[in-house]
Design a protein around this ligand. Structure first.
Ligand code: NAD
Length: 277
């Protein structure tokens, strides 16, 4: 069965829209977009459209590819102190001459809508209230929407990035799953992925997960977004895996819309904390 991220996000966003309508002010998101990366531009457009439809305010700071570190730092400091701004998002990747880790560390963690700040990652790893990274949060929201049990399940995650694999593993652990994280140095990967009740692919390699790597009846979550011949392709060989999976996310319209949905929920949560309504 298809885990329809588009429909799920639409349903959850509709409920969020009602809550946003009741606020005295509009939650405001500031996005910093540096350079001309086409994929980044399209992700930012998606975030802008969704948040605007929900009655939130979004302002995009378009910065030149050649901008220097100090100027971006100054912009972040300015947004940190602006009381009308509830969330700040630095769209990644950024040009190589800039220090993304340092820039993220400068964002006030109380406005860190992406949940990438060390403080929010620390709160996650201590199981405390904080902003969770949008893609892992969106995946949990999708599984919950379909009432897919997590407790006691063996979850295998391929990929250990700070934005997907690593935080997601902790979120599954906190839901009492047994979690295995695999990565580029893992030996005998198929023997491990075959054990998964829930298999998450976050690698960035088109159709990497083939049918022989998946247990019959597994839930398969495909995070990958790869552009092949101008088409979007996931990390899972959907055509051959779909018949044996109990549930599977498509690409596009799977994890992508859920990431944006989670981001909007994060902005709403940040607004409530800052405005104390
Ligand atoms: P990343 O490059 O930071 O990490 C990739 C991970 O894959 C690494 O941990 C690496 O060890 C692992 N890996 C690479 N080759 C491997 C191999 N042969 N065997 C096992 N593991 C291997 O990537 P990321 O930022 O985590 O993103 C992963 C994918 O998810 C990309 O396609 C990205 O575009 C996509 N993505 C999608 C969303 C969304 O909203 N749908 C959000 C974030 C990322």
């Amino acid at each position: 069965m298809l885990l329809d991220g588009r429909k799920t996000a639409d349903t959850l966003n509709e409920a969020l829209k009602v809550k946003v309508e009741q606020l005295t002010k509009k939650p405001k998101l500031e996005i910093i977009l540096i350079g001309n990366d086409e994929a980044s531009k399209s992700y930012v457009k998606g975030k802008l459209n969704t948040a605007s439809n929900l009655g939130m305010e979004v302002h995009i700071n378009y910065l030149d590819e050649a901008i220097d570190q100090v100027s971006v730092e100054a912009l972040i400091q300015k947004l940190n102190t602006d009381k009308d701004v509830h969330g700040i998002l630095l769209q990644l990747p950024i040009p190589k001459h800039l220090d993304s880790d340092h820039l993220i560390s400068l964002i006030d963690y109380k406005k860190d809508v992406d949940g990438f700040h060390t403080m929010n990652q620390g709160l996650l790893f201590q199981k405390k209230d904080g902003i969770r990274p949008a893609t892992p949060l969106g995946i949990m929201m999708l599984l919950d929407f379909y009432n897919i049990p997590i407790e006691g399940k063996h979850v295998v995650i391929i990929g250990r990035s700070q934005i997907v694999g690593a935080p997601l593993s902790k979120m599954f652990l906190d839901r009492n799953a047994t979690v295995t994280i695999t990565h580029s140095k893992t030996k005998n990967l198929p023997s491990i992925t075959k054990q998964a009740d829930i298999l998450v692919a976050a690698i960035g390699k088109p159709k990497f997960v083939t049918k022989d790597m998946v247990k019959v009846g597994a839930v398969v979550i495909d995070v990958g977004i790869n552009r092949v011949d101008k088409k979007l392709v996931g990390d899972v060989d959907f055509e051959h895996v779909e018949p044996i999976a109990s549930y599977i996310t498509p690409v596009p319209k799977g994890v992508g819309p859920m990431t944006i949905c989670a981001l909007a929920h994060n902005l709403y949560a940040l607004y409530l904390k800052q405005e104390k309504e």
